[in-house]
Design a protein around this ligand. Structure first.
Ligand code: 8YV
Length: 325
């Protein structure tokens, strides 16, 4: 534990939310480098860094280059870009930003689902382009939410918040998760393919990482059927993006709504060209309100760690680590 926080060096590699950076600067000694690359560290800086506030990937080599590192505070609930297992093995705690973004991301998921099924962005373009006046009403949408069976891939906090909303919309709900979640009234499927076969609307909220890499593949997509809708609000890595593009182009499924992509911010032109893809630039949690709350939680974790020796929201890999004196 540390009594004088202003003597603690917190490294900010790359871009960080403005409010988080301002608070880090006020409470600690903040250092900045352009990216999380060990070749940018001077020997003095490498020795001094005790914490990182990160909105970028932190790999094992970077962790290894910082001998006095104690904590990596990740901006975001998803921390697949941080090598948390390696950090934990070295006694470095990793924190993320759960809860404060749950409702915002669930709201976005529902908006994206409705936009995808009812073609609202295209209908708005119809009006803006003057086609309502010239050509008449926007064509009736082939798809509807009515009667849809929703399947949620990833039943964590956000998955549950989406399920509650879908219930209010009158949809039936099933889910796939690593484990069945006790006391949930929704039908559980032990495999993703089993879930996809049982529903026509698959919403992925699953975290990134090796266990979910390209889990939503051609077979899973085809199992949704020709009226199938796929929505992704989790991570782009969980989907075989080429297979998805092919499924949309060939009509194996009806439509997809995507907030996340395999190689952000790069979205393949083939996907952009598809009229049955509704695409958002990773805005799930992106309101001023929610990003401020996430920024505060990043810094509150650092402050708590260096003043009490306990982080507020450690990720599971790091939960057992206790502060160095
Ligand atoms: C943010 C997210 O876009 O929390 C997450 O896991 O994906 C988003 O809320 C991201 O953290 C910003 O870097």
């Amino acid at each position: 534990m540390t009594s004088d926080r202003s003597a603690v060096t917190i490294l900010v590699p790359g871009r960080l939310h403005e409010r988080a950076a301002a608070r880090v600067d006020g409470a600690f000694r903040m250092a900045h480098i352009d990216r999380a690359d060990k070749s940018l560290l001077t020997p003095d800086l490498a020795r001094d860094v005790r914490g990182i506030a990160a909105m970028t990937a932190i790999d094992a080599a970077f962790i290894d280059a910082l001998p006095n590192l104690e904590i990596i505070a990740n901006f975001g609930v998803g921390y697949d870009a941080v090598d948390a297992r390696h950090a934990a093995a070295k006694g470095v705690i990793v924190t993320n930003t759960p809860d404060v973004l749950t409702e915002e991301v669930a709201d976005t998921a529902l908006g994206l689902l409705i936009n995808t099924v009812r073609e609202l962005p295209r209908a708005e373009s119809w009006l803006r382009q003057g086609r309502w006046v010239k050509e008449g009403p926007y064509p009736l949408t082939k798809a509807t939410l009515r009667g849809r069976r929703a399947g949620i891939f990833g039943m964590g906090r956000i998955g549950l918040a989406i399920a509650r909303r879908l219930e209010a919309f009158g949809l039936s709900i099933a889910y796939h998760n690593r484990r069945r979640v006790a006391e949930l009234p929704y039908e559980y499927h032990p495999t993703l393919l089993g879930l996809a076969s049982a529903v026509d609307t698959l919403i992925s909220v699953a975290p990134g990482g090796a266990a979910t890499d390209k889990a939503v593949n051609a077979e899973v997509l085809k199992a949704l059927g020709p009226d199938g809708v796929f929505v992704n609000i989790g991570r782009g890595s969980t989907v075989d993006q080429e297979a998805l593009t092919e499924a949309l182009a060939a009509g194996y499924i009806r439509a997809a709504g995507l907030d996340v992509f395999a190689d952000e911010p790069n979205v393949p032109q083939a996907l952009i060209d598809l009229p049955n893809a509704t695409l958002l630039p990773h805005v799930g949690s992106a309101s001023v309100h929610t990003r401020n709350a996430m920024a505060d939680l990043v810094v509150d974790n650092l402050v708590a760690w260096f003043s009490t020796g306990k982080a507020l929201t450690p990720v599971p890999e790091a939960a057992a680590i206790v502060a160095r004196q």
